[in-house]
Design a protein around this ligand. Structure first.
Ligand code: FES
Length: 374
């Protein structure tokens, strides 16, 4: 199966096509060679000629393994890796490059690449690496936590029933040999974190909702840490998993990781602030990027930015209080012919009108299929 023409055509692409391997490389001969080698092994392989179309194919064809060139014009292999791990952390990535260096190998591994092949490589090397990658992907899929359960309906309980629950929890605390004062201190700290979180999100009036959200977040962190068997060496992967579940790394989540792994908070912040894939700022579920490159600027990017800000109620660099959208401005996205361009997650929209943009944002809010504008 050969899908890069399909990716180029964009709107006509088949949806939900399952595949085993996606090869992303700007060298056509490399794509063709890899695809033929993999298909001869009975694997379903598709190819993409650049990062953005590769990322689009990841969403549409759900590969188990991606083979990605490190150096490509526009979106680099590193950026592709970061995007793919956000979309589906069970996908295994193999980096290929003709400019091998220790640094690039180390960097690739740091951001989650499973293997690193230097061009030209033998077909057997590719097959071996892909097959091992498929096995790892399967293991990751099995280890994936079940979908997050909705928090219990607090409104269904009245005040005396909640007090009984509290007493029950206090009893459990005593049974661990801990004192009442420790319990109250613990609660006080968690409540202070919830308050801080509410302030960060600008939702100070929704205290009860934010407290429940913090509890849910910390349970998610517990699931992730347990999955990684409390290993300090898995700290980076744990942070990436937390980022993928919560869309960013709130302070209460980092403090909980620090406590669970017994790693200092300072070390966690050092890692969290080093990697671009990790965000210490609130990030919405969807990233809205307005291109302010020269071509987009002269063709109306300031108007597009003002429209997006007005519709979302936020300025570039901000996230809305419901954490659905984060708005950013970026430099040239490499598709100047479409200027002015707005990109939402991995979809590009060319010069949308106010009405069209509102429709698109609504579709994301309501989790509906996004309208095809042009
Ligand atoms: S300037 Fe906006 S895509 Fe190039």
């Amino acid at each position: 199966m050969f899908l890069d023409e399909v990716a180029t055509a964009g709107a006509t692409a088949r949806r939900d096509t399952m595949t085993d391997v996606l090869v992303i490389d700007d060298e056509r001969s490399m794509c063709d060679g890899c695809r033929q080698t993999l298909e001869a092994e009975g694997l379903r392989a598709v190819t993409a000629p650049d990062g953005p179309r590769g990322v689009e194919l990841v969403e549409r064809t759900h590969p188990r393994v991606i083979v990605v060139d490190l150096k490509m014009p526009g979106m680099s292999g590193m950026e592709v890796l970061a995007k793919v791990s956000e979309i589906d952390p069970t996908i295994v990535s193999i980096v290929i490059t003709g400019y091998a260096s220790i640094d690039s190998a180390v960097e690739s591994m740091k951001i989650g690449a499973f293997d690193f092949l230097t061009k030209p490589f033998e077909p057997e090397q590719l097959i071996d690496s892909v097959k091992r990658g498929m096995e790892l992907s399967e293991t990751r899929q099995k280890a994936r936590p079940p979908a997050r359960a909705a928090p219990p309906e607090a409104a269904a309980l009245d005040a005396p029933q909640v007090a009984l629950r509290g007493l029950e929890v206090l009893g459990q605390y005593y049974s661990l040999g801990l004192k009442r004062r420790d319990f109250l201190d613990e609660l006080k700290n968690l409540e202070a974190e919830s308050r801080f979180h509410a302030e960060t999100l600008g939702r100070i009036r929704e205290k009860e909702k934010v407290v429940l959200q913090v509890v849910e977040d910390l349970r998610v962190v517990d699931e992730i840490v347990t999955r990684h068997e409390y290993r300090k060496s898995a700290l980076l992967q744990i942070l990436l998993d937390v980022q993928s579940e919560l869309n960013w790394l709130p302070r209460h989540a980092l403090k909980w990781v620090s406590r669970r792994l017994k790693v200092s908070l300072a070390s966690i912040y050092t890692i969290a602030s080093f990697y671009e894939a990790l965000s210490l700022e609130p990030r919405g579920e969807h990233l809205v990027e307005i291109c302010t490159g020269t071509a987009c600027h002269v063709r109306g990017a300031p108007r597009l930015q003002a429209t997006a800000s007005a519709l979302l109620g936020i300025e570039p660099g901000q996230t809305d209080p419901d954490q659905v959208f984060t708005l950013k401005t970026v430099h040239c996205m490499g598709c100047c012919a479409l200027a002015p361009v707005v990109k939402i997650d991995d979809r590009y929209y060319s010069n949308p009108s106010l009405r069209e943009l509102r429709k698109v944002f609504d579709s994301y809010r309501q989790k509906k299929e996004q309208p095809c504008l042009r």
